[in-house]
Write a protein that binds this ligand. Sequence first.
Ligand SMILES: [Zn+2]
Ligand SMILES: [Zn+2]
Ligand SMILES: [Zn+2]
Length: 294
Amino acid sequence: MGQLQHGWRSCPKCQGMYYAGFVPFEGVCPAGGQHSHAKSFAYSMTFDAQQDDKTQGGFASCKKCQGLFFAGFGQNQGVCPAGGAHDSTGSFSYAMLHDVGTPEGTQSEFRSCSKCRGLYFGPFPGVCPAGGAHDPDGSFNYAMHVQSNDPNSLSFDSGLLTVPGALPLDAFVQLLVRSDGSYHVFRHVHISGLDEIEYTLTGLLLMPTGEPSFRFEHQGSINPINDPDEVGVDGRDPRIAAHFDSMPGAKWIGGLGGKSVPEEFISDLIKKALAAAEDAAIKAAEQALVTLAF
Ligand SMILES: [Zn+2]
Ligand SMILES: [Zn+2]
Ligand SMILES: [Zn+2]
């Protein structure tokens, strides 16, 4: 089904869907000023997906207004609230589910506006950069992936991690953060060999441009008797509350290492994360790294 990109929000002023991963820059809103993510669910977009009769490609984000729009009509790139047509330069190629009802983990009733080509939430007319309200004429009924339907919490999952060098160990690490600064980190570590292994499990919340990133670190040991090692830990840190608004645009990167190489492993993890970050400004985050044990 392609890959998921977090960081999308629906603007309550214009009803448009836009990418909020460059906070504090939130694009240009046709209702005036920048888009706002106040009270919005956090959404994810699929990119590089196979198309089929329920999946339509050809969507892009506009580098001028940050809005999501349908770019598949050749010369007609719609109307941009920042002036002229939308500009898909540098955008991923996004795909949208349509006319599937509302499967688990999605929200439907999004429409593509026939005037500005922007995607907006259909039940509200919003504000169209081409003038007046958006127009759903001829649009499919699109469904968006919901990352979190609670504007005050966000969750992240590392996926399955293994150890470079083939220690018989695997793990995943999940993070839930809330706007009040509280967090819950859940670890699952599993050993498939017979010897006890001391390990370091790290989750790096790589924040968007100019924000401090958060590193959650746990050192433990596992043997066949205490396998699997599964624990949830709660904490609270005011820096999470202070930077919560930017977290929908963050990447969560897990790392697992054996005891012999924790220092190397951690700097290697951060290097990998930075290499994966397209935006050079994200490198600024490395200087402001908050480390929390769990
Ligand atoms: Zn807006
Ligand atoms: Zn635009
Ligand atoms: Zn419109």
